[in-house]
Structure formats: structure tokens, C-alpha cells
Design a protein around this ligand. Structure first.
Ligand code: PHE
Length: 460
């Protein structure tokens, strides 16, 4: 077996794990699902899920990975029992599918970057219908294939080049930059007339506006955004050194991830609520928010926007890259540890398979009728949205549920205690974690899944 690479320090691990967590889930998905679920109540449910499921499960995954020093399949087998190996395998499969559609959205950030370069040098036409432009872009089949190919190839290259060098170095520089630009945009939105309404929309819950599916989406997204429920954090944890604290690292990653998601949402909504025309445009294509709303903000209301816009979309692309790298890493580390492949071969083989799926997803946004009209959960959803729904709302929560059950009931609790205690802050109580991981987190997941499956829950 090859020697396992390790992160260089605690901050190296936090950066890499935060790099995995922070991505299109925060910048693209969270704002638009908050919009389509009508704000406040959805955000509150999401925050509660982060706290009662996300945080404890993050600790559980990292501790399992670090203790086992193996990829998810081997980790579950050795630490929980041979019968649990398939839970790891389910994670590998989930990662494969997730990356298949995630890649496509990541490709959009490249195209927006190029558009911004054009606007910054050639001038921005404020009358341009960015919504229509976005619609034309996603239904352009060859463009979708080309963009996702570029993204997949870059991801394969980073993963093939090894753990520490590729992932850690990039995350360390780029995350602080992303945060800085978001803070700048936040300050800018204070003076927009829609700011107050945006805050109200996001933070004042109205439970009449959320139904069972909203609960499921909030739960699923709390897993999606923290990269939980499919073994990413088990894999990353396996590269974490014994000197680092699992508890501190988990807390920091969860905090950063939530902060960035909320920032992105406040920024986008402040703009949307300031311009009635934009609101109409957005309701036709909520999923395009990051690529429709924000470019116009940069060019019409931000000081030095022409300079910042291309930079911002480069950072979005990098945020996506640190996430795609972590997704591919799950599949690759499985092939290395379980099938004895070399890192380079494993990266190329799995990357090619995932790219084939990305082609189908990329063509299901209007380019090919049969793929675009494909339906499973809701009418004419298309393959892309169906896979997103399947992974985020079902596979990740189920994977997360299995991890909580494993960590709370089947992993030797002395081992769990020892791993969590190393370097933990003095206020940390193992008993509290155990109470959450044994009862609260699994019950919350089961309650929401059962409500949706059996009662087609309509809570309003
Ligand atoms: N957390 C990432 C994001 O928010 C997506 C992701 C999910 C990455 C699962 C790895 C595993 O964009």
C-alpha cells in the first residue's frame, strides 16, 4: 500500500475541509433554494439541521476517518464491522453521481468568468437580458459538454497530483480572498434599498410558507453544503494528523460554511429586492441567480466592479474546484485502497466515467428533449434536476443517518471519546455529542424522511 499523505498542520486540514464544504452549494444552490422555498422558515429549519445533524455528524465522519486511516469502505469495515462496508460503497456511488451534475454548474462559472472579461474590457450593456443569455447558455449542448470537460480535466489533474500539494495550497490562498470579496459586496448591499426587505425575507420565519418538501430540502442541503453523508469527511479525516482537534476543526468548518452561504444570500437578495424587473427575471430561472443577478450587480453598483467581477468568478470556480476535488478524492481513494490502483490511473478512470454522466446532465437542460423532460420526482424535471434531487434529498440524508447510527451505536465509544478528546476545547462534553449522535440526529433525519414518504407532508 502507498504511504498516506498528510495535511501539513491543523489549519491545513481546516482549509481543505472548508474548501470541500464551501462551494456551489453555498454560492449557487443555497440562495436559489431559499428563494424558491420562500425564505425565513426554510432558513431556520436549515440552520437547525446544521446544528443538530451537521455539526455532530461532521465530528463523527472526521473521527472515523482519522482513527481508521482508510477510505470510507475500509474505514466502515474496520471500525464498525464488515457488514458496514457497503455504507462506504454507497458513499462512493453518491459521490460519483453528485460530481456528474456538479461539474456542469462548475462549468457555468467558467463561462461567466469569460463573459465578465468581455464586459470589463468592452463595456457592460445594462439593457442586456442576462436571464435570456443564461437560458441560451444552458441549452447549448456543445458548450455544456466543453465547459464540464474543462472542469473535470482540471479536477483529475489536481487529484492525480496528490493530496497535500494540490488541494491544500490552493484552498489556503483562495478562501480568504473569496471571503474578502463577499464582505465587500455585503457592505455594498447595506446601501441598497432592497437590503431591509432581503433581511426580512431571509431571517423572519413564516411557517405558513414551508411544506414537507421544504423541510426535506433544508435537511438535504445541510448535508450537501457540509459535504456530509457520503464519506468525504471520512476520507479527508484519514489524512488528518493526530495532533489536530476534530472538535475544533469541525466547529470552524461548519461556521465558515454557514457564514458564506448566508453572506451570498443576503447579497443576492438585496439586489433582487431593489430592482422589480430583476425579481421577475429571477422567478423564471431561480437556478441562474448566481450567474444572472450578481454580474449585473458588479457592473451597475459596486465600486471597481469591472475589476472585481472577473476575480469573483475565478474564485467561484476555485471554490467549486476544491469541492470537486474532494468528491473525486472519495472515489479515487476507494480505488487506491480497495482495488490497488495507482493514483494516476484511478483519477483518470473515475474522471472519465463521471464525465460521461456530466455529458448527459449537461444535455438535459434544453439541448436534448428526452433528457430535459425526464421525470421522476416532479414533472419535466430533466435528468440534471432529478439527480440533484435524488442525491441531495435522499442519498446524502440516508448516508448521514447510517453514519450517525454507526458512530453512536456500533463504533467502540472509548475510541470515539479518545479521538474527540484530543485537543478539544474545555467546554466540549463527549456526553452531549453522544446524545446528539445517538438520538437527536438520527431521529431528526428519520422524522423528516418518514413525514415526506408516508404522509406527503404538508405542514402548513
Ligand atoms: N459541499 C459542497 C458544496 O457546498 C458540495 C459537496 C457535497 C462536496 C458532498 C463534497 C461532498 O458545494
Amino acid at each position: 500500500m502507498q504511504q498516506r499523505g498528510h495535511w501539513s498542520s491543523n489549519i491545513g486540514f481546516v482549509m481543505a475541509a472548508a474548501g470541500s464544504a464551501i462551494g456551489l452549494g453555498n454560492l449557487w444552490k443555497f440562495p436559489y433554494i431559499t428563494y424558491s422555498n420562500e425564505g425565513g422558515a426554510f432558513v431556520l429549519v436549515y440552520l437547525v439541521c446544521i446544528l443538530i445533524c451537521g455539526l455532530p455528524i461532521m465530528m463523527a465522519e472526521i473521527l472515523i476517518g482519522r482513527r481508521a486511516q482508510m477510505s470510507p469502505v475500509g474505514a466502515m469495515r474496520s471500525l464498525v464491522g464488515p457488514r458496514w462496508a457497503w455504507v462506504g460503497a454507497l458513499g462512493v456511488l453518491t459521490g460519483f453521481v453528485l460530481l456528474g451534475f456538479y461539474n456542469v454548474v462548475a462549468g457555468w462559472s467558467l463561462r461567466t468568468f469569460v463573459s465578465c472579461l468581455g464586459w470589463s474590457t468592452g463595456g457592460f450593456d445594462a439593457t442586456l437580458d442576462l436571464g435570456a443569455d443564461f437560458g441560451a447558455m444552458v441549452s447549448n449542448g456543445p458548450l455544456q459538454i466543453g465547459l464540464s470537460f474543462l472542469f473535470m480535466a482540471t479536477t483529475v489533474w489536481v487529484v492525480a497530483s496528490g493530496v497535500k500539494e494540490g488541494i491544500e495550497r490552493a484552498a489556503r490562498v483562495l478562501l480568504p480572498m473569496l471571503l474578502a470579496i463577499l464582505l465587500l459586496l455585503l457592505f455594498n448591499s447595506f446601501r441598497l434599498q432592497g437590503f431591509a426587505e432581503a433581511m426580512r425575507f431571509i431571517f423572519v420565519p413564516d411557517f405558513g410558507r414551508i411544506d414537507g418538501n421544504g423541510f426535506l430540502e433544508a435537511l438535504g442541503h445541510s448535508f450537501f453544503t457540509l459535504s456530509l453523508g457520503m464519506g468525504t469527511m471520512i476520507t479527508y479525516g484519514s489524512y488528518m494528523s493526530k495532533e489536530d482537534s476534530v472538535v475544533k476543526a469541525s466547529g470552524l468548518v461548519v461556521l465558515l460554511d454557514t457564514l458564506i452561504a448566508l453572506l451570498a444570500t443576503i447579497i443576492m437578495f438585496s439586489v433582487i429586492f431593489s430592482q422589480p424587473g430583476l425579481r421577475e427575471q429571477i422567478s423564471k430561472s431561480t437556478a441562474g441567480m448566481l450567474f444572472i443577478t450578481l454580474p449585473s450587480v458588479f457592473y451597475t453598483s459596486v465600486p471597481m466592479g469591472a475589476l472585481l467581477a472577473p476575480l469573483f468568478y475565478v474564485l467561484v470556480a476555485f471554490a467549486a474546484l476544491t469541492s470537486t476535488v474532494s468528491l473525486l478524492e472519495v472515489v479515487v481513494s476507494y480505488l487506491i485502497d480497495e482495488k490497488g490502483m495507482s493514483r494516476a490511473r484511478a483519477s483518470i478512470a473515475s474522471g472519465s466515467g463521471i464525465f460521461a454522466l456530466s455529458i448527459l446532465c449537461g444535455l438535459s437542460l434544453g439541448a436534448i428533449g428526452g433528457l430535459s423532460d425526464f421525470e421522476m420526482f416532479s414533472p419535466k424535471q430533466g435528468l440534471f434536476n432529478t439527480l440533484d434531487h435524488l442525491v441531495a434529498n435522499w442519498l446524502l440524508p440516508i448516508g448521514g443517518l447510517l453514519v450517525t447510527l454507526a458512530a453512536g451505536w456500533f463504533v467502540n465509544q472509548e475510541i470515539a471519546k479518545g479521538e474527540l478528546a484530543l485537543g478539544a476545547p474545555s467546554f466540549f462534553r463527549f456526553g452531549l455529542w453522544q446524545f446528539f449522535i445517538r438520538y437527536v440526529s438520527p431521529l431528526a433525519v428519520v422524522a423528516i424522511l418518514v413525514a415526506v414518504i408516508f404522509f406527503h407532508a404538508d405542514f402548513s
